[in-house]
Design a protein around this ligand. Structure first.
Ligand code: DGL
Length: 267
């Protein structure tokens, strides 16, 4: 047994979609969430910048004595997971990638889509995932960096955003895919909008529940599940009021009740 918290990191509010799954599925576990809102978005930064920033977030969580780290960000995972595992060999690190295998298995048309950030879509890691798990499919692998900054500010309930999203999804709609996998944790918060735009024929999948199950498997394997009572603490490197308001909007009142505190920090 290990009552230390689960550490979760992301460039911003996107990883809250993974936090929600973990907090729901592993309801005895405590979490510490860190959002690098000051430096968000990561999608268009250089590999080296993202590596240096994600190292700081990882170190912050390790200093908080977390028992496992969840990279609730596809961009950091595809670019830095292997390096971070080498840098911090003593702590288990779980990454987030789009559910390419599930998407290819569920696809009847054998045409699937993946919507990620630019960096993720262009990464070797993602290309290898596609080669490994969806070699029998035609894969539309597209990145966009236009959506994350707006989600980060909570500016998603307006016509301009809806039109932008429609435009970003146009190619997927026209390409005959029957499954769309979300390759950015921010996009999970757009899921119902995306489903509406894509129509009933297209299934939209995110990675949140698969990550929560993987975290449980790793904790079980290390005999590190919690036996105590839980608490959830959030940190941001950015503006605390913005983070609070956007988190409230994305998570909703019920989930917000679980949050013990939110604090701004510089790392
Ligand atoms: N949530 C991150 C991801 O899953 C967002 C990236 C960003 O900061 O651009 O890729």
């Amino acid at each position: 047994m290990n009552n230390n918290p689960i550490g979760i990191l992301d460039s911003g509010v996107g990883g809250l979609s993974v936090w929600k799954e973990i907090a729901g599925y592993l309801s005895n576990e405590s979490t510490i969430y860190i959002a690098d809102s000051l430096n968000c978005p990561y999608g268009s930064k250089s590999n080296e910048q993202i590596y240096q920033l994600s190292k700081r977030l990882t170190q912050f969580l390790i200093d908080k004595k977390v028992k496992i780290i969840v990279i609730a960000c596809n961009t950091i995972t595809v670019l830095c997971l292997n390096k971070l595992r080498k840098d911090y060999p003593k702590i288990p690190i779980v990454g987030t990638v789009p559910v390419v295998k599930t998407a290819s298995e569920r696809s009847k048309s054998k045409k699937i889509g993946i919507l990620s950030t630019e960096n993720t879509a262009q990464s070797e890691y993602q290309k290898n995932l596609i080669k490994k798990f969806a070699s029998d499919c035609n894969v539309v692998n597209i990145g966009t960096d236009k959506l994350v900054p707006l989600i980060e500010k909570g500016k998603i309930d307006n016509k301009v955003f809806d039109n932008l999203l429609k435009e970003e999804l146009r190619y997927f709609r026209e390409s005959g895919i029957d499954i769309l996998a979300l390759g950015c944790t921010h996009f999970t918060f757009l899921r119902s909008k995306i489903e509406r735009i894509m129509g009933k024929e297209i299934v939209v999948l995110d990675s949140g529940s698969a990550i929560a199950r993987q975290v449980k498997r790793v904790l079980e394997a290390n005999n590190a599940l919690s036996s105590g009572s839980f608490s959830h603490v959030f940190y941001t490197t950015g503006n605390i009021e913005t983070f609070h308001q956007v988190a409230k909007k994305l998570l909703g009142k019920e989930d917000m009740k679980m949050v013990k505190s939110m604090e701004r920090i510089s790392i």
